[in-house]
Write a protein that binds this ligand. Structure first.
Ligand code: FES
Length: 150
């Protein structure tokens, strides 16, 4: 993310210190992660101590301080989805993407995560790609879903 883009985001919020979270959310949304240089710039332009910016950026799970893929894939491994075969779905996705849960591929195209219940157990196994839910997943269906994002 270039400095001009960061400046534009901060300027849109009129450089108010109280808009720190909104500025970080916008950088996260546009860039998929927040580089340290961006945090320093936000600190300087909003007049918020860098330690405070880091405190906020590390407290909320929404913010990632490490590079993330352009597409975020989340596989539910909650109890209900697990019983319905989410591990096979996860194995297939890991194999297709060549990464394990918690990793980002070398092209920064996909990040893969696994985690607890997404709140729609009757539709499991469930995966979410870029915020869109896909229900009743099988390894074969997961492959078809990922093709849409290639
Ligand atoms: S256990 Fe997967 S959605 Fe609830």
């Amino acid at each position: 993310m270039d400095n001009d883009t960061i400046d534009q985001i901060i300027d849109r919020h009129e450089g108010r210190a109280g808009s720190l979270i909104h500025v970080l959310m916008e950088i996260q949304s546009k860039n998929h992660w927040i580089p340290r240089e961006a945090l320093a710039k936000v600190s300087q332009k909003l007049g918020v101590p860098f330690t405070r910016v880091m405190q906020i950026a590390t407290f909320y799970k929404t913010f990632s301080l490490t590079p993330q893929g352009h597409h975020e894939v989340h596989v539910c491994t909650g109890t209900s989805c697990h019983i319905r075969g989410s591990q096979r779905v996860l194995d297939k996705i890991q194999s297709l993407l060549g990464i394990r849960a918690g990793e980002t591929d070398s092209n920064s195209k996909f990040s893969l995560a696994k985690g607890n219940c997404l709140g729609c157990c009757t539709l499991g196994p469930e995966i979410v790609v870029d915020g869109r839910h896909y229900a009743r997943m099988t390894p074969e269906k997961a492959e078809e879903v990922l093709k849409k994002y290639n």
